[in-house]
Design a protein around this ligand. Structure first.
Ligand SMILES: [Zn+2]
Length: 337
């Protein structure tokens, strides 16, 4: 953690909370300076990333600012720092500090910044909480009411709470989006894609996904006190154990770089199927660890295990059966498969 990130984090309004996808939310301090009424619904969101990036978004007046280590403190970021009560002379000192890092620290220049551009969510996408508010007050149309009902049934059948992630929903019918639970993909605070999981009984594709190649899901939500990162295949696997997901069963170069960049023990938890084998091969090639949790038949992935055993036991069963040497991994996979 660097000085600028640290100063901002310790200066945030006291009454704040952390959302499942990694936002620290609090009453936005910016709106009154931008011709809007003061925010009372905690619509200011701040996100910090492992590389020291700090992003602020106001979901009330639209004010945005960010700071990336190795770059200058922007005018907007300095404005934001003023809004949260950081004294002017401190901001000036930190701006000089940022300049110093920009000029002196060549490692930042050498490092390639991996970034993903923003993508739009489907029309009329709103947080699940907004839909649930209308659902409970009965102010939705009959078809919308029925859809939300089915979605809640689906979530409960998978043992996932509606508050485990910043899930969203849209009544748009393009790609059957109205029959899907939307999982927005964040990157340093921006929406850079999404997947929609079909919750209705349907012949249609299970997941409709719009994402940039190389993206790793749930990086922003990582708990930085953990010494390890759990790498899973599907988004629900990642959500249920606060890991990351490669959104498939093969890791590409960008994903490898991002995950290695976390600087922690990487533990791959493959699904128990044929493509999982490929993932194990890649893990040993990269020098990563692999977990061989002993779950009952019919429990095929992390999300299944959490449904059957709960989160804590599932994480324990992963950590207890993690192997790091290639020899042991090869031995275990023979016993396992
Ligand atoms: Zn604002």
């Amino acid at each position: 953690m660097n000085l600028i990130q640290n100063t901002i984090l310790t200066s945030l309004p006291a009454n704040r909370k952390k959302t499942p996808s990694g936002w620290i939310s609090f009453n936005a301090p910016c709106c009154v300076y931008n011709g809007e009424t003061a925010d009372k619904k905690k619509r200011g969101g701040l996100m910090t990333s492992a590389d020291g990036t700090v992003s602020y978004h106001c979901f009330n007046c639209g004010f945005k600012a960010s700071y990336v280590i190795g770059r200058k403190l922007t005018f907007k970021m300095r404005q934001f720092m003023g809004y949260i009560g950081i004294p002017d002379d401190t901001i000036k000192k930190l701006a000089i500090e940022a300049l110093r890092e920009e000029e002196s620290d060549i490692k930042y220049e050498k490092k390639k910044f991996i970034t993903f551009n923003r993508k739009n969510l489907p029309n009329n996408t709103k947080p699940l909480a907004t839909w649930l508010e209308k659902y409970t007050t009965g102010t939705l149309s009959d078809t919308e009411q029925k859809s939300i009902d089915n979605m809640l049934t689906y979530l409960s059948s998978r043992g996932i709470g509606p508050d485990w992630y910043d899930f969203m929903y849209s009544s748009s019918k393009v790609w059957d989006v109205h029959q899907r639970l939307l999982i927005p993909f964040y990157w340093k605070g921006d929406v850079v894609g999404f997947t929609g999981r079909m919750f209705e009984e349907s012949e249609g594709v299970k997941y409709y996904t719009d994402v940039w190649p190389g993206y790793v899901f749930n990086m922003d939500a990582q708990d930085w006190t953990r010494k390890f990162v759990l790498v899973t295949e599907g988004p629900f696997d990642a959500i249920t154990v606060s890991g990351v997901s490669i959104l498939g069963s093969e890791i590409n170069d960008t994903q490898r770089e991002l995950i290695d960049g976390l600087g922690r023990q990487v533990i791959v938890v493959p699904d128990r199927d044929a493509p999982g084998e490929k993932l194990i091969n890649q893990a040993t090639e990269f020098g990563w660890s692999v977990a061989f949790p002993q779950w009952e038949d019919g429990v095929d992935d992390v999300a299944d295990a959490v449904l059957k055993y709960g989160r804590l036991f599932t994480i324990q069963s992963i950590l207890k059966t993690t192997e790091s040497s290639k020899l042991k991994i090869d031995l275990k996979r023979k016993m396992y498969g």
